[in-house]
Each structure stands twice: as structure tokens, then as C-alpha cells.
Design a protein around this ligand. Structure first.
Ligand SMILES: NC(=O)c1ccc[n+]([C@@H]2O[C@H](COP(=O)([O-])OP(=O)(O)OC[C@H]3O[C@@H](n4cnc5c(N)ncnc54)[C@H](OP(=O)(O)O)[C@@H]3O)[C@@H](O)[C@H]2O)c1
Length: 302
């Protein structure tokens, strides 16, 4: 079996490559990138025969055909705006269909905006995913079939205590939130996401589910403040945020949208094989790093 990771040079992409090499027995991992990276080269050095780094020109159909030849399943871990997430991903999905790839995981890895809206957590149905709509049209017009399976994970837990998301205020000892301090939110580390994705990619059987929902940890801002206080020995409180530190955060946390129902999560779809990291573990790591003046370092090692 050959499995392709499209965008393998990114944070998640590299971890998916690593998880495929270390947690599955897949014969060949094809890391599809514009250019290789130090991390991919290091993985190549220790898994030479199983890792194939394919440098592609995304504008060249022939180059994509070479990269996707014989591929069983593919994940896109690209990050960007419309030109990447819609235009380029559409091109990649079409190339996968042309090359008879059986399964395609799009680069969602976020909240499930569509289903959450349908479950009526939000008063206004906001759920619409432009790439999913484009993908439906591409698959329908191809006359072929491909399993198109998004994986929703909530928020990348690794980013939660960092300055990237600015949810935690380390000086004021706040856990910021919008909306309601008792509404549970969902968090998953990059590494756990990569491990689950690797299992979906290498599943030899057809997958009948059309969407996976995983969450390493579900907790409300109030619960998080208590867990973080315990982990750090300092008193943190949940605090209504006044500004929007990150685009979209108001939409995610401010409209009463809560975590996916716990009993419906797919965490154990492949059995209890993944050890799910909890938010307080990630916060503790960040806390220790901050004490040493190393905040933000090694955040994807959680
Ligand atoms: N839920 C959350 O909290 C959360 C947070 C962050 C990200 N995400 C999602 O997680 C997924 C992966 O994110 P990440 O953090 O791993 O992203 P990342 O580290 O920024 O990696 C992005 C990848 O996209 C590629 N890329 C970017 N622009 C491109 C272009 N124009 N043409 C071709 N390739 C391009 C990069 O290739 P090069 O190396 O060649 O530039 C790289 O491989 C994305 O879907 C993102 O939206 C979710």
C-alpha cells in the first residue's frame, strides 16, 4: 500500500508522515511537497525504504500523476486561503480521482462547522464549507467514486496556551472565552490528530462513515481554569474576552456552539490505540518552558 501526504512539509503533514512510519505498517509513505524540509530529510534518513519524498509542481498535471501513481489513499494538510484550500485542493482531488486513489481526507482539521450548525447549537445555520461543496461537484462530475472523509478535531490543543491564539493570558492568569464559561469546547493535539489520520489512511476496508469527529479533550473555560490551576499551582480564572485575538474565534466560541457530543466521538474507532493528551498536560509543558524563557518551543511534541 502507498499512502500520500499532500503538504507534508507543514506541521500536521510532517507529523502524519511520522505517524504513518512509526504507528502503521504501510509499505510506502509518499510525502508530496513543493520542497523538502529538514524534518522530512531526517525521517527519510531513518526510514529510507518506506519514505518517498515527491517534489511536485502543483501546476503540472503530469507531475501530480507521477506523485499519485499507485496511491491507495491521500490526505491534504495544506494551509492557506481560497487559492490553496479551494482552488489547489480541487486540483488535487481531481488528480486523485484520475489516479484511482480510493480515499481523500481534505485539509479541514478544525471544528465541524456544518454539522454543529445542523445539530442546532447555533441559532443561525452558518454551516457551509466551500471546499466540501466543490468536492461534491468534482466527484459527481467525474463519474468515479472516492471516499471523501473530513476529520474534525476542534482546536489544535498545542496552540491553546501559546501566544498564537492568545486564549490564555499568562500574566493576568486568565483563560479567555467568548459566550459562556460553561460551554464545553474541544481540543486535540497535532500529534493525536496525525495518529488518527494515519489510521484512517491505512484502513484497508472501505469506510462507510462520511466524517470523523475526534477530540482529545473536551472542557469548558471554567473547567479549563480549574485544571490549569491544578497543573501549574497558580490560580487561573475563566475570563470573558473583550477583543477577538484570532479571526473566527468569536464564531467558534461565541455563539453557544459546544463540543461534539462525547458519546458520538470516533476516538476509539480503531480501538483504544491512541493515548489522548489532555489540555492540562500541554499547558504544563508550556508553563515549564515559559519558566525557562523558552515559550513556544517544542509545542508539537505534545
Ligand atoms: N483547528 C485548529 O486549531 C487549527 C489551527 C491551525 C491549522 N489548522 C488546520 O490544520 C491544517 C494543517 O495546518 P498546519 O498548521 O499543518 O499548516 P502549515 O504548517 O502552515 O503547513 C501548510 C502546508 O501547506 C503548504 N502550502 C501553503 N501554501 C501553499 C501553496 N500556495 N501551494 C502549495 N502548498 C502550499 C505548505 O507548503 P510549503 O512548505 O511548500 O510552503 C505546507 O506544506 C490546515 O487545514 C489548517 O487550516 C487548524
Amino acid at each position: 500500500m502507498i499512502v500520500a501526504v499532500l503538504g507534508a512539509s507543514g506541521e500536521l503533514g510532517t507529523l502524519v508522515v511520522e505517524a504513518l512510519l512509526t504507528k502503521t505498517n504501510v509499505n510506502t509513505v509518499r510525502a508530496v511537497v513543493r520542497k523538502s524540509t529538514e524534518q522530512l530529510n531526517a525521517l527519510k534518513a531513518s526510514h529510507d525504504r518506506r519514505l518517498d519524498i515527491a517534489i511536485v509542481d502543483y501546476d503540472s498535471p503530469a507531475s501530480l500523476d507521477i506523485a499519485l501513481a499507485g496511491v491507495y489513499s491521500a490526505v491534504s494538510t495544506l494551509q492557506g486561503m481560497r487559492p490553496v484550500l479551494i482552488d489547489l485542493q480541487s486540483k488535487l482531488l481531481s488528480a486523485c480521482i484520475k489516479n484511482n486513489v480510493k480515499r481523500f481526507i481534505p485539509s479541514d482539521f478544525a471544528y465541524d462547522f456544518i454539522s454543529v450548525a445542523k445539530l442546532n447549537y447555533a441559532e443561525t445555520p452558518r454551516g457551509y464549507n466551500h471546499f466540501h461543496e466543490a468536492a461534491k461537484a468534482i466527484i459527481a462530475s467525474s463519474g468515479k467514486s472516492i471516499e471523501f472523509i473530513p476529520i474534525s478535531i476542534g482546536m489544535f490543543m498545542d496552540l491553546f496556551p501559546t501566544d498564537t491564539f492568545q486564549i490564555m493570558d499568562w500574566n493576568k492568569k486568565y483563560v479567555g472565552y467568548f459566550g459562556d464559561e460553561d460551554t464545553k469546547q474541544e481540543f486535540t493535539t497535532y500529534r493525536n490528530t496525525a495518529e488518527f489520520t494515519a489510521r484512517v489512511l491505512t484502513d484497508p476496508k472501505p469506510i462507510t462513515k462520511t466524517h470523523f469527529h475526534i477530540a482529545g479533550h473536551q472542557a469548558s473555560p471554567k473547567e479549563l481554569a480549574a485544571l490549569i490551576s491544578e497543573a501549574t499551582g497558580e490560580t487561573f480564572v475563566a475570563h470573558q474576552a473583550l477583543s477577538l485575538p484570532f479571526a473566527g474565534m468569536d464564531v467558534i466560541w461565541g455563539n453557544g456552539w459546544s463540543a461534539w457530543p462525547k458519546e458520538k466521538l470516533d476516538n476509539d474507532y480503531y480501538g483504544p490505540v491512541i493515548e489522548w493528551t489532555q489540555v492540562q498536560d500541554v499547558v504544563k509543558t508550556e508553563y515549564e518552558l515559559r519558566k525557562k524563557g523558552l515559550a513556544g518551543k517544542d509545542k508539537f511534541k505534545n
